[in-house]
Write a protein that binds this ligand. Structure first.
Ligand code: TYC
Length: 105
C-alpha cells in the first residue's frame, strides 16, 4: 500500500441486487379432428414448428390416437403466435385443424 493511503473502511451507500427470472412457458397442443388429412397435419407441423418428417408423423399419430399431443413449449407470445399460424393454415383450406396453448405447471 502507498504510504499516503489511509486504512479507513468505506461502507457503500447503496447495494444493488439484480434478480433475473425466466419467463413462464406455454405448451402448444395439437388437437385431433375427424376431417383434416394426416399429410396436411404433418406438413403444418414441419412448416410452423420446424419438425423433421419422422417427428411430425409421430406427433400427428399421437394426436390422432389420443385426442391431443403436446408439441413444444415457448414463451407465451411465441406459443400463441405459432398456434394461431398453424390453425390459420388449416382454416385457409377449410379444415377444422386446431392448435391451442396452455401454461406449463
Ligand atoms: N384424425 C385425422 C384423420 O383421420 C388426422 C388428424 C391427426 C387430424 C391429428 C388432426 O391433430 C390431428 N384424417
Amino acid at each position: 500500500m502507498h504510504a499516503a493511503m489511509s486504512r479507513t473502511t468505506v461502507k457503500p451507500k447503496h447495494v444493488t441486487t439484480t434478480v433475473v427470472q425466466r419467463p413462464p412457458l406455454y405448451k402448444v397442443i395439437l388437437l385431433n379432428d375427424d376431417y383434416t388429412p394426416r399429410e396436411f397435419v404433418v406438413m403444418v407441423l414441419k412448416a410452423v414448428f420446424r419438425m423433421a418428417e419422422e417427428t411430425a408423423s409421430r406427433v400427428m399419430l399421437t394426436a390422432h390416437r389420443k385426442g391431443a399431443c403436446v408439441i413444444a413449449v415457448f414463451t407465451r407470445d411465441v406459443a400463441e403466435t405459432k398456434a394461431q399460424e398453424a390453425t390459420e393454415l388449416g382454416k385457409a383450406k377449410g379444415y377444422p385443424l386446431f392448435f391451442t396453448t396452455e401454461p406449463e405447471e
